[in-house]
Ligand binder design. Structure first.
Ligand code: TNX
Length: 541
C-alpha cells in the first residue's frame, strides 16, 4: 500500500515537474512591442498594436485552409521567404506534431471587409498569427507584410533557443489603386530573363502588381513573332550604343509571364507604334511610312537591288523620326499577326500599343491608325493601353490612356470616360537623374530626388482628373543610359519603393518623414537581394 502511495506521489511529482518546465517556457517575458511603429512598405491601411509578442521559432508550423488549391502555394512561399530571411525552416500543414500555440494560420474567409481581391487581415497575438483573405491573391499580399514584420535578428536573450519576436496587433489592408506598375524598356537596351526575374522579386515584396515591358522601339525588337521571323533575326540585333541587342523567344516570354503570375503580377506587353518603329521597318521595309530614299546597289552575286537608304539600323537616342504606313492594309495584317501571337501568350487583360511621339505621322493618319489598331487589340480579346497622345483618336471607353506628358490629354481621357494610368514624367520617370551629379539618366522632364519622387498625391495630381478615372500609377524606366542590372537598380531604387507606396497606400497614410525612416530600414532587404540602390543622402541608411 505504502509502496503504491509512493509510486503515486513520485508520478505526481514528475508531472508537476513537467508542468513546471512547460510553464517556464510560457513565462518568457516579452518586451513591450509596438506594431504601429513598424517599417512595412507600402504603409498598410490600418494598424492596431496590442504591445505583446508572438514567439516565432523552429517549432512554429504554417497551416492553411485545405481544399483551396492556391493556399498551399501561399504557405510554401511564406515558408521559403522566412527561410531566406532568417534561416528558419518551418513545417507546413504538419498533422502529427499539432500543438496549439506558436503557429501561423492562413485562412480563406468570406468577409465583407475583405471583398477587394488583394485585401487581407493579419491578426498577431501571443499565441498565433492568423492571416485571412478571400482568395490567394489577398493572402499573397498579406504574406509580404508578415515577412517584413519578422525581425532579421533573433532575440537570443529571451529564451534558451532561437526565437524571433513578432509584434502583436492587427493589420487590415487593401490597395488604394488596382494598378501599381513598373515599366522596363528592354528595347533601348536588352535585359535578360534572369535580370527581369530579379526585378520581379523586388516588385513582389513591395506589392507592385503590373510589369509593363516595352518590347519594341527604333533601336530593337525584342520578342519573337513566328509569322514575321526577321523582326528578331534582323530587328533584334541592335541596341543603343551599338551593343549586341537580344530578344525573348516566345518560350522565354512565357517563362517570365509564369514567374510573374506565381507572384500575382501581370505582364503587360507593349509594341510601340506607329512611331518608334525603325527596327520593325528595317526588318520589313514594306511597313515603313516615311518617303523612301531609294538607291541601287550591287549584290555579292553581281545582281542589282534597290534599297531604301533611309532605313538602316538605329543605335542613337533621338525619338520621333520613324512611322508605319497608316494607309496600307498590309500594315494592319502585320499588326494583327503580332498582336495575336503576343496576346496568345499573355494571360493578362491588357495590350499596350505605345502611340507616343509619332512626330512624322500626319495627324489624320495617326488618328486612323489608332482607331484601327484599337479594333485589332479588342478583336484579340485585350483591353488597349496607349500613351496619352492616343486621346486624339476616337477611342472607346474601355481603352486606357497612360499619362506621361500632357495633363490636358489625361483630362480629355477622363471626359471620354477612359481610365488613366499616371506616369507623370516630372514625378514618376525612373530614368530622370536624381540630381546633376547622377551617373545615369536624363533630365528632360526634371531632376527627381528621392523626396520629390515620393511627395505627390496621385489622386489630386491633375486638376480635372477625378479619382474614379485613375486606374493607378506606373513608374517607367527607359533604358537609353543603362545597360545592365547595376545601372538599372541605381535608377530604380530606392525611388520605385516610394511609387509602390503611392500606388497602394491611402493619401492619409503618405508622410515623407515617416516613409524616410521606413525606407532606411529596407537596407537589409536590398543588401540581401544584392540590389545596387542609389544611396541617397536624404535617407539615413
Ligand atoms: C519619352 S515617355 C519617351 C521615350 C523615351 C523617354 C526618355 C514616352 C511615352 N516616350 O521614348 O525613352 O522619353 O525619358
Amino acid at each position: 500500500m505504502i509502496l503504491h502511495l509512493k509510486k503515486i506521489l513520485s508520478l505526481f511529482l514528475f508531472l508537476t515537474f513537467l508542468a513546471g518546465l512547460q510553464s517556464c517556457e510560457k513565462e518568457i517575458v516579452f518586451p513591450k512591442t509596438d506594431l504601429a511603429d513598424n517599417n512595412v512598405i507600402p504603409k498598410p491601411l490600418q494598424t492596431t498594436a496590442t504591445n505583446s509578442g508572438f514567439n516565432l521559432n523552429k517549432s512554429s508550423i504554417i497551416y492553411n485552409t485545405k481544399d483551396v488549391l492556391e493556399f498551399d502555394k501561399i504557405s510554401k512561399s511564406l515558408s521559403k521567404e522566412i527561410e531566406a530571411k532568417i534561416g528558419l525552416e518551418l513545417a507546413i500543414n504538419d498533422k502529427q506534431n499539432k500543438k496549439r500555440t506558436n503557429n501561423i494560420y492562413i485562412e480563406q474567409v468570406e468577409d465583407k471587409e475583405l471583398k477587394n481581391a488583394e485585401a487581407y487581415k493579419l491578426s498577431i497575438s501571443k499565441d498565433s498569427i492568423v492571416l485571412r483573405a478571400s482568395n490567394a491573391e489577398g493572402a499573397f499580399r498579406g504574406i509580404q507584410t508578415l515577412i517584413q514584420l519578422i525581425p532579421e535578428t533573433s532575440n537570443d536573450t529571451l529564451a534558451s533557443y532561437k526565437m524571433w519576436l513578432v509584434p502583436t496587433g492587427q493589420i487590415i489592408d487593401k490597395p488604394n489603386f488596382k494598378y501599381r506598375g513598373f515599366m522596363l524598356d528592354v528595347a533601348r537596351h536588352f535585359f535578360s530573363v534572369e535580370e527581369v526575374k530579379k526585378q520581379i522579386d523586388i516588385l513582389t515584396y513591395y506589392k507592385i502588381n503590373m510589369l509593363h515591358l516595352h518590347l519594341s522601339d527604333d533601336q530593337g525588337w525584342r520578342i519573337e513573332i513566328k509569322s514575321w521571323p526577321k523582326l528578331t533575326t534582323v530587328g533584334g540585333l541592335t541596341e543603343v550604343g551599338g551593343g549586341k541587342g537580344g530578344f525573348y523567344t516566345q518560350d522565354d516570354y512565357k517563362e517570365l509571364v509564369a514567374y510573374a503570375a506565381e507572384r500575382f503580377i501581370t505582364i503587360i506587353p507593349e509594341i510601340d507604334m506607329p512611331g518608334h518603329t525603325n527596327a520593325a521597318s528595317v526588318s520589313y521595309p514594306q511597313l515603313n511610312g516615311n518617303a523612301p530614299k531609294l538607291k541601287q546597289v550591287k549584290n555579292m552575286d553581281g545582281g542589282i537591288s534597290t534599297i531604301d537608304v533611309n532605313l538602316k539600323p538605329y543605335m542613337g537616342t533621338e525619338v520621333g523620326f520613324s512611322t508605319f504606313d497608316a494607309n496600307k492594309e498590309d500594315v494592319y495584317e502585320f499588326i494583327d499577326d503580332v498582336v495575336r501571337e503576343i496576346a496568345a501568350i499573355s494571360p493578362g487583360p491588357y495590350f499596350h500599343i505605345g502611340g507616343d511621339e509619332s512626330h512624322v505621322t500626319k495627324k489624320k493618319d495617326y488618328i486612323l491608325f489608332i482607331n484601327k489598331v484599337e479594333k485589332i487589340v479588342q478583336n484579340n480579346g485585350k483591353i488597349m493601353i496607349g500613351w496619352d497622345e492616343i486621346t486624339q483618336a476616337s477611342i472607346g471607353s474601355t481603352t486606357i490612356a497612360q499619362h506621361w506628358e500632357k495633363e490636358a490629354n489625361a483630362v480629355i481621357a477622363a471626359k471620354k470616360g477612359l481610365k488613366v494610368i499616371l506616369s507623370p514624367g516630372k514625378k514618376a520617370y525612373l530614368d530622370m537623374q536624381y540630381d546633376t551629379l547622377s551617373k545615369f539618366g536624363l533630365h528632360w522632364a526634371a531632376y527627381i530626388p528621392v523626396d520629390t519622387a515620393y511627395n505627390w498625391i496621385p489622386e489630386s495630381y491633375i486638376k480635372g482628373l477625378p479619382k474614379e478615372n485613375i486606374l493607378g500609377i506606373e513608374a517607367p524606366l527607359w533604358s537609353e543610359t543603362i545597360s545592365n542590372s547595376d545601372e538599372l537598380e541605381y535608377l530604380a531604387y530606392p525611388r520605385l519603393i516610394g511609387y509602390a507606396e503611392l500606388g497602394w497606400s491611402t493619401k492619409e497614410n503618405l508622410n515623407w518623414e515617416d516613409y524616410r525612416k521606413r525606407l532606411a530600414a529596407q537596407k537589409e532587404f536590398l543588401d540581401r537581394k544584392s540590389i545596387k540602390y542609389y544611396p541617397s543622402k536624404l535617407i539615413d541608411w
